[in-house]
Design a protein around this ligand. Structure first.
Ligand code: SAH
Length: 341
């Protein structure tokens, strides 16, 4: 069976040639799949026998909305049921500059970060390019909102599903589909070995966000097991500097503020030192508490003090606004609640 929703225009053209169909039919089919049509029977400008032929050799599923939660700040979270019975989350956030969708890239995650709900049951499988496109386009259809930006910050580690994510990034820009270009996309990663390097080779104009979360190896390795396997924090920053050099794009760092663990004055000084000589931007993220985790968010005064120290050392820093705090909008929370009953 062909996964037609994950096929690019040229691949659909090849398939249609194999089926003995004229070129203009390939173009018609591509337009339907690019627009996230729900099934072959909805491709109304195709003859019935062709629709049947396609249904025999291709899969085309429409994600099932299992849950929808709306926050008082306009944030909407969806839990999507996939063809194999698994589920992933997408979140639509409304900002002044446009609407952003945060999408998942894997079903579960194998990175094992201590603070994250997405990784609790491990990784079940990678998402296909078509399933990631579905998250973008069906979130837009379901919310009735145009989407102008995408962040790959939902469940999963995008660089651990490299090829599918690259294909998704190529396809999501096509004007017949979502039409969202690289400059409107951010990819967030914990920095697995080799991943940032491969991404640099692609030389994309997207924003690379790196989940740093700690400024010393002891703390980062405790919170994020990937730290040990990828050579530690200093090496991570070197890898990011190399990425910056290769692509010309500034790297953005995410830093979680967990009370008493990552938010002390000493940790702020260390972070400033670590980033000196790089022009990276730091995004401070107040931790979202997840059930069963000993980590607690920092209080607002601590957040401001931490930010002030970084600023006094010349670091470019912002505090991320919390969106959807009343609807379990932190990574993986909705899916994990559902799985636990
Ligand atoms: N695997 C990728 C992308 C998914 S996680 C990565 O590590 O970047 C997206 C972001 O949400 C990461 O910065 C992650 O560290 C953060 N995150 C996960 N759990 C969180 C929590 N409980 N509170 C705040 N941010 C969290």
């Amino acid at each position: 069976m062909y996964d037609i929703r994950s096929m690019e225009r040229s691949e659909i053209a090849e398939l249609m040639a194999k089926l003995g169909e004229p070129k203009f039919r390939a173009e018609q089919v591509w337009r339907w799949t690019a627009a996230a049509v729900g099934g072959f029977d909805e491709m109304t400008n195709l003859p019935k026998n062709l629709r049947e032929k396609l249904a025999e050799c291709c899969e085309l599923h429409r994600p099932e909305m299992l849950a929808e939660q709306k926050s008082s700040d306009g944030t909407i979270k969806y839990l999507w049921g996939l063809a194999d019975g698994s589920a992933v989350e997408s979140v639509v956030m409304q900002y002044h500059h446009g609407n952003t969708v945060c999408i998942s890239t894997q079903v579960g995650c194998r990175m094992g970060c201590a603070f994250c709900a997405s990784t609790r049951g491990g990784k079940l499988r990678d998402l296909t390019p078509g399933e990631m496109l579905d998250e973008v386009q069906w979130s837009s259809k379901a919310s009735g909102l145009d989407i102008s930006n995408i962040v790959l910050m939902g469940i999963g580690e995008p660089l651990d599903n490299f090829d599918n994510v690259m294909k998704f990034l190529r396809m999501v820009g096509s004007p017949e589909g979502a039409g969202i270009g690289m400059r409107h996309i951010s990819l967030s990663t914990c920095g697995p070995e080799g991943g940032i390097e491969r991404l640099a080779e692609e030389d994309l104009q997207l924003t690379l966000s790196v989940s740093l979360h700690a400024s010393d190896d002891e703390t980062r390795s405790r919170l994020m097991p990937i730290n040990r396997a990828s050579g530690g924090v200093k090496r991570l920053i070197e890898r990011c500097n190399a990425y910056r050099k290769a692509t010309g794009r500034r790297v953005s760092y995410e830093y979680l503020l967990a009370s008493g663990i990552t938010d002390t004055d000493e940790k702020a000084e260390l972070l400033a030192k670590l980033l000196s000589g790089s022009d990276g931007h730091v995004n401070l993220i107040p931790l979202n508490h997840v059930d069963g985790s000993p980590l607690e968010p920092s209080d607002p005064e601590r957040v401001q003090r931490f930010k002030a120290i970084l600023e006094s050392r010349g670091v470019n820093v912002t505090v991320r606004r919390r969106m959807g705090a009343d609807i379990d909008a932190a990574c993986g929370q909705l899916r994990s609640k559902r799985q636990n009953g």
